[in-house]
Structure formats: C-alpha cells, structure tokens
Ligand binder design. Structure first.
Ligand code: ATP
Length: 764
C-alpha cells in the first residue's frame, strides 16, 4: 500500500514538472509565432520602403527572419525535442570564457550555499536547438552551441560548477512528453521559488541508450557527455585529433562539431565543411544528424569512394590488391603512367606538313627527342601540351630554313609568326598533335595501366611482378573500386585538369535573401543533392572532418589532403579498428595532409553502444589484435550474454538456415534492426539467406560494418573474417562491436568451436 502511495506521489510530481515545462514550451511557441509575424511585417515594410538602415543591420535582420522562418517551418512539422534541456543554477561569480568559448570556470558565489547545505536556485536556463529571445530580449531558449549552454553538458557530480539539476525534456511537436533529471549536487537541499527542487527519473543518458535503433543515426544533443563536449567545442584553429574505442561517440561527436563550427562562424564554414566517411552505408546512416540539428545542406558528407567528381566506386579490392593500390609507392607508378600513357600504340611516328610551299617532316627520332625534352619539366602532363606544340613548330621552322632569310629581327619575327599560324591551322598538324600529345583523362591512364606489360615498365623497381599482375588484373574490371578513386584523384593532379569555366561561389542562403518568399523555402533539393552539388562545385573546404581515420590509406590521405590545404581539421578514429595493414606509412601521409597546424588530442573513453556483456567478448579479440590496448568502458549492462551456435560449414544450406533462424529469433526480441556480418566473400550468399525477412534485417560484409550499429547482430565465422586480410583481427573486432543489445556468433569448422559453440578466437 505504502509503495502504491509512493508511486502515486512520484506520478503527481512528474505530472507537475511536465506541466511546468509545458508552460515554458507554450511561451516559446507563442514567441516564435510572434517573431514570425514581426518578421513578415518587417519584410513587407522593407520591400515597400526599399532600403532601411545600414546594410549590416539589414543583413542581420534578414538572417533572423530567415532562421525564424526555417525553424518555424520545421517546428510545425512536428519537430521532436525542439526544447530539450534545462539547467538550474546557483548564483555565481563572474566567469571567464575558456579558450573554447565555453563558460567553464563559473563557480557558485561564496554565499550561494548556506552552512546547513541549503541553497536557492538563482537562475534557470532552457537549452534547445536554436536560441529564442522574448520581447525584452531575455532568453527563453539558449542555443545548445552557445557558451552559456556548455554547463548543461559539462557539469558532473565531481565538477558541478553552478549546476544543481540538469534536466532533459522530451517533447514532440508542441507537447512535452516527459522529463529526466540528473542531480549534480545531491548533497544540497535546493529550492526554487520557495519549493524544494524535484528530481524525476534516473537520468537521460541511460534512457537514450536503451532505445531501439533504426536505419539512421540520431543526434545526441540532449545527452552529450562532458568528455565529448570538450571535443565538440574545441577551438577550430587547429587540428583536433580524437581517438576512442568502438561506440564512444566519435562519429556522433564529429557531426555535432560540424554543427557547432557553423554556429560559431557561419560565414567561414557555410557550405565549406566536408565530412569524409569510409562507406556509402555510413554516409546514409549519418546523413540525418545534421538536419536534425538545424543544419541542412551546409555540410557535404561523402564516402571515400565518392570523393572525386563523376567517380562512384562500387567494387571492393581483395586485401592484397588494396594494399598495393593504397600504398604511397603508387605515386611513383602513377607519375610514370601519366607520362607513359601519352605513348599509346597508335601514337603517330612521323609528322608531315606543308609550309611556305615546302613539305616538312619530323621523323620518329626527332619526335622522341622533343617529347623527352618536354617531359623533363615538372608541370602536369596536359598542361605541357602547349610547350610540346611550340617545340614541334620550332623544329619544323628550323627545317624550313626560313630562319636565315631575314637579319632584321622584326621581319624575322613576323615571318615566324606567319609560319606558326599557317602550320598550326593545318589539319595535318592539329590531327597529329591530338594523337601524339592527347589531352588525357585520369580514366584513360588507369585503363592504360590495365595492360600488364606497360604497367610492368612504369612500375619497374617499385612493385614486384606479382603486384603488377594483381594490379593490372584488377584494373581490367569494369567497375571502380574505392581504392581506384584515390588513384584517379592523384592522376587528376598529375595530368592537370583542363581549364574549366569558373562557377559562381556557393553562397550562404543568408547572403541570398531577397524577399519574404525565402521564409518558407520550398525544398527543391534534398540534403544529399545539395551536398553533392556543393562537393562538385568545391575543390577545397574550410574544415575537413575525417571519420574512421584509421582506415585511410596513404593514397587516400593525399586525396583528402588536397581538399583541405587551407582547412582546419577534425580527425576521429580508433587504431584498434584499422583495416589498413601498414599504420606507419599511413601516419606519415596523414601528417603531410594535416600540415603544420598545432594538434590537439582528445580521448573518448566510454562505450555508449555495447552492453558490458558484448564489450567483454569483443575485448578478447582486442587483446589478440592489439595486445596492451585497453577497451573503452561500457556504461550499461543488459544481463544478456552473447549466444553461440556452431554449424558444419560457414556457408551453404545448413549455415544459411541457421543464420536465418537466428535472424528471425532476434527480430522477435528487438524492436529495431538486425545486422548479419559475414566475411566479404560471402556477402551475396548472406543476402540470399535473409531474403524475404523485411528491411529491419540486413546482410553486410565485414568491411561494410564500419561505423554502423544494430539492435542485434549475428557475426558469422569469426575465423573467416579474421583470416580474410592481414588486419583481419581488427576487422573482426569491428564486427563484434556493432550491437546495442544482442549478439549471436555462428561458428564454422575453421573457428574450431568448443562444445558450447564458442570459437577459439573468443575463448578465455
Ligand atoms: N552522449 C551520448 N548520448 C546518447 N547516445 C550516445 C552518446 N554518445 C554516443 N551515443 C550513442 O552511442 C552510439 C555509438 O556512437 P558512434 O557511432 O558515434 O560511436 P563511434 O565511436 O563512432 O563508434 P565506432 O568506432 O564503433 O564507429 C550511437 O548510437 C550514439 O548515438
């Protein structure tokens, strides 16, 4: 009875607190409605009067109108969690901004806490996705990225600053659904307006982590943790390097950092942030996060295989081939190939023209001499064409004997120029030049490299014959692989892009406001389309974020580096998850790409994804893959241990039936998604096993699982995954750390399972 009474009391307090937040949210919406009316009025007025005030003030007003319009548009579309946080603070001393713009040093005033451990709340702040001021300019909602919002993320019971209570508010559209509180100073009895401060729930983080996962990542704006907040708000003017194990929030933090940078300096960063992701799957998974943070279309998120305009990688290379293509040694091979490709089998051996009534001819030997003289320079091959043309004309002119006709320099120059004009407009000459020094495209050079004999010449003393054979064979495939794209980009630089007409710089939408119609922009372009267009128009970015940085090969670092020559950087990764076998070589290329800016290093230490039961199992593989490396600490436990089952073969009928049955069982157990991870060579087979089970379940190759997560995963044959490449144990570690709730391991004979089905790699 007493327990029921207590429950009822809790419910009453909860309802009351929800009511309090509802009142505040109602005020916020009333204010937003007012703002939009004011904005509409202002715009009409401005249109009527023409120019009002200084251009700066006009721009500022337009910007406010635009933002209010866009956000109201979203809010009315049932925007979840517009207002998501609140902090109740003690009175404080005047604080100073930290180097990252956050007020971290504010402490309670000396008399804020009375000797009997009671205190009054001096200030309450609400935190949301954008700032809202009331008519008197008092903040109703503070933008989550504003310095004043930092304590919402950074306060901890160990270092609470002024924060007594941190509250996460859950709402949908205009309705508050619930609140969850964390008490930062549990030792205090604090009151607000004479009433004791209520505390509801067990904290928002655990509530967020327990929720089912969908096919897209959610933002974590209401539960960013202190160590993550330090990364998000790190000063932009340097290279921010972040390491952390699986599930520590690296991807989430990197995306929130992009939103933060835009907030800090919109003009500098609008449209100029590039996020490089390892796979198109991860791009699709993370694409919704920035729009949910109110940053639509300002950031280009691109997979490594889609970074070069017009190239779309669909294939994967075998590990041994990938190792050749990704290596810095390729640079030497490509340099030779870019030049050597000029000498295709059908290049003409002789040039014949008629000038000044005479037949003039250059033989193969003279042509070779001219070509070598031109190629002796360092300019990109396509850009050497004018010089080659000039040397050909020089040689022909010398043959014509016309040079000795005049001693007067002016007349000689005139004669020469009329000779050049005659010859260079002659079809025989232009046809020859097109065939002898064609304007090469990167794709043409890559195709030329598919010829093993020619490739062997260009790769002499750089690649061994086996590597040449493997590389040439893979280049004969019609589809591009992810690693080919970095080669295309390198070739693009070596060849020199033909001059393209300059396109107009992409402007911040705020720069382009012209009238009221901009208030409710019609979404003609999706976020992806816009990002793609931005990426196509841009070759360089103001900030580059590299996700899963441990996987970039030296050639990929060169490709990414070219896009951020003057950029600031955020680089997140985990060496323990690297699928690239030569970390030192990649580190060198990375340092070159990042340039000389100062580095700031951060480490994320808490695993928010995996329950302790799964993290513990994965740690066994980590100990084998990277002895001595510590796994991040898992924050929650589900009491469900991983399940093991053994099959007679890792592929074929029996395995298929076992995996399918397991997927069906897991679909029953979880509300969200199920991922089945297999060795790369079994992808197509695994997709067939799962046919007809619906879109909550997907089959993935081990390399495709990078960065993704599922409510439940089935990992098929750890040994097969581990043996597939030199970095296989680390790839297996990735596969085992994808699940938020349940994990099943299916072992084949190569796994040498024990009686319980546990493969040897996962035994104690
Ligand atoms: N502060 C947080 N509050 C709520 N959820 C969080 C928080 N931090 C991370 N998460 C969740 O933990 C999961 C893992 O995050 P994320 O994918 O960013 O980790 P990661 O470090 O990139 O992992 P991996 O290295 O395995 O790719 C995601 O579901 C993310 O939403």
């Amino acid at each position: 009875m007493a327990a029921q009474e207590a429950d009822r009391l809790v419910d009453t307090v909860r309802d009351r607190e929800i009511g309090v937040e509802q009142q505040h949210l109602d005020r916020v919406y009333r204010r937003l409605d007012e703002t939009i009316h004011e904005a509409e009025f202002l715009m009409r007025d401005a249109a009527r009067i023409g120019q009002v005030g200084t251009p700066g003030a006009l721009a500022e007003r337009d910007a406010q109108v635009f933002r209010a319009g866009v956000h109201l548009n979203r809010l009315t579309n049932e925007y979840e969690d517009f207002l998501f946080g609140r902090i109740d603070l003690l009175d404080g001393k005047d604080g100073k901004k930290g180097p990252d713009g956050a007020y971290t040093s504010i402490e309670p005033a000396d008399d804020a806490i009375r000797p009997d451990a009671t205190a009054d709340i001096g200030e309450t702040l609400h935190i949301g996705r954008m700032g809202v001021l009331d008519a008197e300019y008092t903040p109703l909602v503070i933008d989550w990225r504003a310095p004043a919002a930092a304590p919402f993320y950074r306060a901890t019971p160990v270092d609470p600053g002024r924060v007594v209570r941190r509250r996460v508010i859950r709402s949908k559209g205009r309705r508050v659904l619930g609140v969850e509180d964390d008490l930062m100073r549990p030792e205090l009895t604090a009151s607000l307006d004479g009433t004791e401060l209520a505390v509801i729930g067990d904290g928002a983080l655990m509530a967020a982590l327990g929720r089912a996962r969908g096919h897209t990542m959610r933002d974590i704006v209401s539960s960013i943790q202190a160590e993550q907040d330090l990364v998000i708000r790190a000063p932009a003017a340097s290279v921010t390097l972040v390491e952390g194990g699986p599930g520590t929030g690296k991807t989430a933090v990197a995306l929130h950092r992009a939103a933060y940078l835009l907030y800090q300096d919109r003009r500098r960063y609008a449209g100029g942030i590039l996020v490089v992701s390892p796979t198109p799957l991860l791009v699709a998974y993370t694409e919704g996060v920035l729009p949910s943070l109110g940053e639509e279309g300002q950031v280009a998120i691109r997979a490594l295989g889609n970074l070069v305009d017009g190239a779309e990688a669909t294939g994967y290379d075998e590990p041994a081939t990938a190792r050749v293509k990704g290596s810095a040694r390729m640079l030497k091979v490509l340099r030779k190939a870019a030049r050597g490709a000029l000498e295709g089998g059908d290049a003409p051996q002789r040039l014949r023209v008629v000038a000044f009534g005479r037949r003039l001819e250059l033989e193969a030997e003279e042509l070779t001499r001219i070509r070598s003289a031109v190629l002796g320079g360092t300019a990109p091959v396509n850009l050497m064409r004018p010089r080659a043309r000039r040397l050909l004309l020089d040689a022909l002119y010398a043959k014509s004997g016309a040079g000795s006709r005049h001693t007067d320099p002016e007349l000689a120059a005139e004669l020469r120029s009329s000779f050049d004009e005659d010859v260079s407009t002659e079809d025989a000459f232009t046809d020859f030049l097109d065939a002898w020094w064609p304007e090469l495209t990167p794709r043409q050079v890559l195709t030329a490299m598919a010829d093993e004999r020619r490739l062997g010449r260009w790769a002499r003393r750089v690649l061994n014959p086996g590597e040449v054979r493997r590389l040439a064979r893979s280049l004969r495939r019609p589809e591009l692989s992810v690693h080919d794209v970095a080669l295309l980009d390198e070739l693009n630089t070596l060849l020199g892009a033909p001059a393209r007409p300059r396109r107009r710089r992409e402007l911040d939408p705020l720069d382009q406001l012209t009238g009221l119609e901009e208030l409710m922009p019609v979404r003609e372009e999706s976020q992806r389309e816009r990002a793609e267009r931005l990426a196509a128009e841009r070759t360089e970015y103001a900030h580059v974020i590299v996700d899963e940085a441990q996987d970039l090969t030296p050639m990929q670092w060169r490709m990414v580096g070219r896009r951020g020559r003057t950029a600031t950087w955020t680089v997140v990764g985990d060496p323990a998850q690297s699928s690239w076998p030569l970390p030192e070589e990649a580190a060198e290329a990375r340092e070159e790409a990042l340039g000389t800016r100062p580095r700031r290093r951060f480490e994320l230490t808490v695993n928010y994804r995996n329950p302790a039961e799964i993290a513990e199992l994965a740690a066994k593989v980590l100990a084998l893959a990277m002895p001595g490396m510590t796994a991040p600490r898992a924050v929650r436990s589900t009491g469900v241990t991983p399940r093991f089952t053994a099959v007679a073969a890792a592929g074929g009928r029996e395995a298929g039936a076992a995996v399918r049955a397991e997927a069906v069982r897991l679909l029953e157990l979880v509300d969200g998604t199920v991922g089945v991870v297999v060795a790369m060579g079994r992808r197509a087979e695994a997709a067939r096993w799962l046919e007809g089970l619906g879109d909550r379940v997907v089959a993935l190759g081990s390399l495709e699982a990078k960065g993704l997560e599922y409510d439940a995963t089935v990992v098929v044959s750890p040994a097969e995954i581990a043996d597939e490449s030199p970095a296989g144990l680390r790839v297996l570690y990735v596969a085992l750390t994808r699940a938020t709730q349940q994990l099943t391991v299916v072992s084949g004979p190569r796994d040498e399972p024990d009686a319980g089905g546990v493969p040897d790699l996962l035994r104690d």
